[in-house]
Ligand binder design. Structure first.
Ligand SMILES: Cc1ncc(COP(=O)(O)O)c(C=O)c1O
Length: 369
């Protein structure tokens, strides 16, 4: 039996009882109309979630968020085109890893973690190099909790006639994303963060006209994670090229249904309320928060521990008390930073209860030094 823990983590997240009950569904083969109905509904709901119009297509990929990012980035860049990457944290690094693996020419605006990108620098880079056909950036840089200036960068990308890929893995369901307003051509997401779903599948939403056709000028670069193949199968039959993670598709469908019932605006307001409670609570304890609220997402708060409390011991002690938070990554690990996420099936009362446990844990740890 798995012990129940309260996950204040940026994925996997806590899910509702209803979502858990869906996981015990009757056995289901995927090459059947009933499964195709589920995929059709998921794809339609994803377009609604990203406020996309009929010029966009949504596909579901079996695999985690990296699979969605790799599906998109392996497939949208034509031979000879370059990519401008704007990065300011761990998940920008992960995009760079994919771009490097596929051997694209690239320029990088490489900022210290937690530094807000400047759209003027993007404009200058694009003006200087006409081969940079794509700009890539993370919407919500989970490693710091920063919301990058997608709208302003989208405007720059549009005015220079280039295309925009945005990793929305930790943003979708928690932030106001509008692919039309923000000029996003292609983006990715997962169920197991702000959508309050489960791990194991992910998705890509793409403007059809921005996805180049396969052919002699653009051979497939991989087999499993090819965007054009996913689009072809989805549009023809609401199927996937290979056996999908059936249960995870069913859970994604249920998570989207729950979100639609709550309403995206109401979900975002709930997350904002939770984040405000957590931020006020940690500040009241005298803890330093990494980002000013205006730069922070609705769902992740990065906090520094007081002097004398060791990060590893703190995480272990909180876990013993059935609450899970993650240690900061990269340069912030050594600075004793941890992250509190309020994603998934989490309510303001849960956040207040967490603060009580946090307060007691810190007091106990400081007392016993
Ligand atoms: C912004 C962002 N992109 C990509 C990923 C990678 O996703 P996964 O671990 O699901 O492959 C994560 C994971 O936390 C993320 O937060």
């Amino acid at each position: 039996m798995i012990e129940k823990k309260m996950l204040f983590t940026p994925g996997p997240v806590m899910t509702s009882r209803r979502l858990k009950s869906v996981l015990a569904h009757p056995d289901m083969p995927h090459r059947q109309p009933a499964f195709e109905q589920i995929v059709r509904r998921i794809r339609a709901n994803l377009l609604t979630l990203f406020r996309a119009d009929a010029g966009y297509v949504a596909v579901v990929v079996s695999g985690s968020g990296t699979a969605a990012n790799e599906t998109a980035l392996s497939s949208i860049v034509r031979p000879g085109e370059g990519v401008l990457l704007v990065k300011n944290g761990e998940f920008g690094n992960r995009l760079e890893d994919i771009l490097a693996c596929y051997g694209y020419e690239r320029r990088t605006i490489d900022l210290p973690w937690g530094t807000m990108p400047d759209p003027a620098a993007v404009a200058a880079a694009l003006a200087a190099n006409p081969r940079l056909a794509w700009v890539c950036m993370v919407y919500h840089e989970t490693s710091t909790g920063m919301i990058n200036p997608v709208r302003a960068v989208g405007e720059v990308v549009r005015s220079h006639g280039r295309k925009l890929f945005i990793d929305c893995v930790s943003a979708v369901g928690g932030q106001d994303i509008d692919v039309l307003r923000d000029h996003i051509d292609v983006c990715s997401g997962v169920p197991n963060k702000a959508l309050a779903g489960t791990t194991g599948c992910s998705f890509v939403v793409a403007r059809r006209a921005s996805v180049p056709a396969l052919g002699p000028d653009l051979p497939r670069r991989n087999v499993y994670l090819n965007l054009q193949k996913h689009i072809e199968w989805a549009e023809k039959t609401n199927q996937t090229p290979n056996t999908p993670a059936v249960t995870m598709f069913i859970a994604l469908d249920a998570a989207l249904e729950e979100l639609m019932e709550e309403g995206l605006d109401a979900r975002i307001r709930r997350y904002q309320e939770c984040a405000a409670i957590l931020r006020a609570g940690v500040r009241a304890l005298g803890l330093r928060v990494l980002l000013p609220d205006a730069q922070a997402s609705n769902t992740v708060t990065s906090v520094f521990l007081p002097a004398g409390v060791m990060l590893k011991d703190f995480i272990t002690e909180l876990d013993r008390r059935a609450y899970v938070v993650y240690a900061g990554k990269g340069p912030f690990y050594d600075q004793n930073m941890f992250q509190i996420a309020n994603m998934g099936w989490i309510r303001p009362a849960d956040c207040r209860a967490f603060l009580k446990v946090l307060t007691r844990t810190l007091a106990d740890m400081q007392k016993h030094g």
